[in-house]
Design a binder for this molecule. Sequence first.
Ligand code: F6P
Length: 542
Amino acid sequence: MTEFPRCDRSPTWAALQSHFQQSGRAFDVRQAFAADPGRFAAWSLQAPEVFADLSKNRIDARTLELLLQLAQDVKLESQREALFNGDPINATEGRAVLHTALRAPAGQGPFSDEVQASLDRMLAFADRVRDPAASGVTDVVHIGIGGSDLGPAMVVQALQSYVPAGLKLHFVSNVDGHDLAPVLRGLDPKRTQFIVASKTFTTQETLANAMAAKAWFLSSGGTDIARHFAATTSNARAAAEFGIDTTFGFWDWVGGRYSLWSVIGLPIAIAVGSANFRALLAGAHAMDQHFRSAPLEKNLPVLLGLLDVWYRNFHGFTSRSVAPYHQGLRRLPAYLQQLEMESNGKGVDRAGDPLSFGTSPVVWGEAGTNGQHAYFQMLHQGTDVIPVEFIAVKTPNFGAHVEGELLSRLQDQHVKLLANCLAQSQALMQGKTAEAARAESAPTASKDLDPDVLARHRSFSGNRPSTTLLLEALTPSSLGALIALYEHRVFVSGAIWNINSFDQWGVELGKALCNSLLPRLASGDATGLDGSTAGLLAKVRG
Ligand code: F6P
């Protein structure tokens, strides 16, 4: 495989460090707006389906120039081509990374014939299950974890208004029986379709839940396992051994956290129908094309990825908060945690050499406005600066059942939602001086306190960076584009850092230790264990 240079060994890295010392550290977004009335136009961008306002970030033309030079130094464009061409860029597993091929139109992209055949078969099955007259199915229980859960669960929730009345989709992931038990309550086995989703078909949680679901199915009068259980996996043999005949296969070049576009998307297709699933793919493909062809300085995934590098490696920010102002996107932060932190939470470069700089930030968040009433206090006045990413949707879609006065009320609430979203990014940037705080009345404040002390409690430093992403509406196509935007942005920062964004060895140690602890939970044997684990073992058994 071609070797790409390390970012921290390029002279541009040092130039960025000194640029940060000279002006980046003290950069004030408010002054930048005062000095440049065209800042919003200069730092905003319309990508397919996603408008992005980057103007409230701590970035100027010189920063961007250097970051773009860094991208050139590490041959970002060649790395991008290696991705799209299907080179084995996941070198530690000897695999290509071709989720983009899954959303390429027929006849385009690698493995097109196989991809289209698999898609057609999966969509035909999905449309059949979706049609209650044909299938009799009222409930779909999807069992999977990590990439075999987070993407489908997030998308189905986001596109709830496309799900027909009378069809419910349930997602079970945790090995904790408290996940499966409430889902099964009240289900009729004759009207339930189970999908066991596991790329490897070896994952402890998924197999345990699938086994429990099968036992429940048989003991509740279910008779036709072949009809009521399907598997989405690249290990058809293991699924067959489990007793599942209806299997939708996929390939090792689809990474778990990039798999919602493959047959792992089956619950999405059942929920929204084949035409909408194709629209999801088309939206993602439009973003793929943008990423592949737009000049780097007008390329949204590239700009966001470079900004991530600027914040992580030069400002030293260790986390980024994601605030989707749409209830349907409330699982997006959880989905992004896997996408970004499993991809880029790495400590060595592609050659296995330790890195001297930070990689994945902590990604976290909650739907707005709920987050405002929980942790936004810390974003506004805490000691750490945390860049925030707001995601707003211009036009709501409450579903066909919402009409009349309810519709006009909910539309009005949507205006409030948007006002909140805009106000938060404004407040983070603007801040409030102690003088301004002092000049204001504060009816709930203590009258006994020195007004200067009180003003210091009520002031905000401001200059806290944020990005706002805006969708016209939350549709299959815009959601596809948004997710692909995040995938490519993660690719960009991973490419700059020269890490393998597509393996996940860090989850293995815990799995292995769990397997060796399991028999000890039964036997109580603590031989050779560290003191804490031995003590806890005794406690949980006692
Ligand atoms: O534990 C990590 C992981 O391997 C993820 O990368 C993956 O998405 C998840 O487990 C589930 O794996 P599988 O689809 O093979 O069950």
